[in-house]
Write a protein of this length. Structure first.
Length: 282
């Protein structure tokens, strides 16, 4: 006899929205049992909130994040949205493109400085609203730096020293990440770089907190994801650069890792090939 599960798999074709599934399960199982199932599903599928900061970085197995349990994160971005109407930009041929190239080179130099401090990092994209043209955004990357389990005070001081070189007065640093559960809420503090004072506490560091930080840094709206992006104009450089770095200790963790799938094996080999580049740690 054919089971009902096989019947559904062969004939359902995924046309039932998730909201209906929840309604059906609530009614059939009862609220209490349904909640137990939802809890199981959240953890089994690692379903994180849409505004969880982990949605803006690579978190798959062998990613920098996956190799960084019990570490802190610091968010550092040096891109200052460019005034395309400024006399300097207007006078130069391709002035805006040259200004963006200048920031891209500064980011490359910043990446080297983070490496020399002994920290791994990944990057994510920020989109700053262009003041000149409607529905237009300037796009550049910011850095998410991992603490390598160093003393929190040491990590904080290293980050202060780093951002002071770029005249950045505040920096956002998380507490040590706890478990890696889907519902994990990450605490953080906004620090005054000059005094070390805490300007603001966040008990749930969502993507909105990151957007608020980078918006306040330059008093220009920053979005991590642009609504209806296809209808917007994005001003960015198309250069394809591997914007992440594994410290030597984390490189060894990758090399010694046991793969559990073909895709993971291919990813591991690609990473090892990157590590073998003579300039990787420079």
């Amino acid at each position: 006899m054919e089971t009902n599960s096989n019947y559904l798999l062969q004939n359902l074709d995924y046309e039932i929205p998730m909201c209906y599934w929840v309604m059906y399960l609530d009614n059939f199982l009862g609220k209490e049992k349904a909640e137990e199932f939802y809890e199981y599903l959240i953890h089994a599928r690692q379903i994180i909130r849409k505004n969880d900061i982990r949605t803006v970085m690579n978190t798959i197995s062998l990613s920098v994040y996956s190799l960084s349990p019990n570490e802190q994160l610091a968010f550092v971005g040096i891109y200052n949205p460019i005034n395309r109407n400024s006399p300097i930009i207007q006078r130069m041929e391709d002035g805006f493109a040259k200004a963006q190239e200048l920031y891209r080179n500064k980011n490359k130099l910043l990446a080297s400085k983070i490496k020399r401090l002994g920290y791994s990092f990944t990057t994510s994209i920020g989109n700053w609203k262009d003041k000149t043209e409607k529905d237009t955004y300037q796009r550049e990357r910011f850095f998410i730096i991992f603490s390598e389990k160093k003393n929190p005070e040491k990590f904080k001081q290293d980050i202060y020293k780093l951002v002071k070189e770029y005249n950045i007065n505040t920096v956002l640093i998380t507490d040590t990440l706890g478990d890696n559960a889907p519902k994990m809420k990450i605490k953080s503090n906004l620090f005054d770089v000059k005094t070390g004072n805490v300007l603001e506490n966040y008990f749930d560091t969502t993507t909105e907190v990151i957007e608020k930080y980078f918006t306040n840094l330059h008093n220009i709206q920053c979005l991590l994801k642009i609504p209806y992006e296809r209808n917007k104009k994005i001003l960015t450089l198309d250069e394809n650069i591997g914007w992440e770095y594994y410290t030597p200790k984390k490189q060894e963790l990758v090399k010694k890792s046991v793969v559990h799938s073909c895709n993971m094996g291919m990813y591991k080999q690609a990473l090892i090939n990157k590590f073998s580049n003579i300039n990787y740690n420079n």
